[in-house]
Design a protein around this ligand. Sequence first.
Ligand code: AKG
Ligand code: FE2
Length: 562
Amino acid sequence: MESTDPCHSSDVDEAANFEEEDAATMKTGSVDGSPARGDKHSNKRKRKKFGDLHLQFEPLKLLIRDILGNMVDRVMISSKVELTCSIRDSSVTASKKILEVNAKHPIIAELQSKAASCKTDKVVIDLVWLLFDAAMLEAGLSPEDPGFGRRLHDVVRRSLGIGSESPEHTLSGQRGQICNPDNSNKRNQDVHKCSNAVDENPDIVPMVGMHAKKSSGSDSRAELNADSNAIAECSTETIESDRHGSRTDVSEPGSKNTGSASNEEDNQRLPIGDPRSDRGCQGYKGVSGFNTELKDQDPASTLVRPAMRVLLGEQAAHLGRQLTSDDVFIVPGFLCKDADFSMYDRLVAEVNEAQADGAKDADWKAWKNGCHLISKVSPESSPTYCEILKRIQNYFGMVESSMYARFNWYVNGADWKPLHHDTAAFSKRRGGIQNITVGVSLGAERELVFRHTKHGTLTYFPQANGTAFSFGRDVNINWKHGINALPSETQANLGGRISIIVWGWTAAAAEGGEEFGKDDSSCAGPEAFDKPCLQFQRGKCNYGDRCKFNHISGPSEQVEVQ
Ligand SMILES: O=C(O)CCC(=O)C(=O)O
Ligand SMILES: [Fe+2]
């Protein structure tokens, strides 16, 4: 198994390390004619010396690996590091962490002697973590260990001769605690021989490599081989047997939580002493961990409003809840069942009729460069249009006088709507009177697409016949939206779609209270669109009052917005 485990390939690294060092010195040679440092004999001596060092530090290397788990990809014994240990430069950019340990440093030498005698020593575990975190800091990275502060305090307390702050069992017993009374094996004896060893508690199920696994048999090897974190609690002898033994053949058949080297997830173990496995060792029974690495442990990572929150609404007279400005709210079947196209047909017929009757502004106009058509037909010209607006007003609790509607027609699958912000995003005047965009779809199903303005994430919401959607002010500012274009083979199969879009004001989307953790710097605010109108500055803006840019004089740059 050794050859398949990337953690076990450190020998190659040390050889490579030696060779690197060697090659560099060989090239240099000596100006005074003395033999180059890289000659055959000195190479041999170096190799021998390095081999000895390697053997001597093998137990420490194994211990470090077992304590840090998958926080590091490799541990290397090195003579090149200045401090105790460091994260290899190239390994940071390659996103593989190689920890180089300075074999010549007195702290490492002391740690090495402790590693050989006892591995359950909390001091040793804390020191390994602290040295690793110090190396991370040196490399310009943040400490990975969530217990960093606590460990530092404990070390300071110890050095000042002040007792530990927290009960010993919750500090050092989180991982690999060997306390199963059924296991009257050597491991328990070893643990109790150690100073600072964890207390034995028969009620606590040992957390073995994130598995709360209670061994039923007397075969300690089976449990040992199931996870090497448990092995780190044991003698060097047992570690060796794990290193060279097969790990796959000892998992309990059918058990999800037993370790297996063939299971890739098994490598995602929590390291020894990791406070995230507290629960099992606090005495909770039946607590088992998941084989996933938790990196975002900081509550601040979710104590913010999201870029978008998605909610599903129900058919009712009113939406019956408050919405936030980052919500996209979808109501399937808002107007009709998705297989019932009678409303679509009615609407098309009524608008055609209004056009035939010469109703004002009822004719179709191309939107932008003809992506699709719009009609400025007055809702009064079409009873179905009026009915739809009334339903929207009631359901979303919109203030009637604030409502402004658009009638879009996607004649077939070739039509689409380019990504854009609705005007309220960049018009202070509109933004002040519109806090929601609502849309309803009739006809062929198309997708409402959102693309985040900063990170470009695309999110699609299929709009089946009869569906309604709404989104809040921040969604409009932080995302562009549209109806995505389709590949030609899909276009051919699609018929027409009508969407009626309404902008306006609703108390259901009124802000207040819970705007916690809003990171305004991460997204563009309305001020990002607070640009002067170049047309206005040149003397004439056809949009007049409806212009999305500011009518102020003075030269400035105008951003391209849709
Ligand atoms: O057709 C749709 O559903 C979206 C239309 C839209 O975004 C708009 O008219 O501003
Ligand atoms: Fe829009």
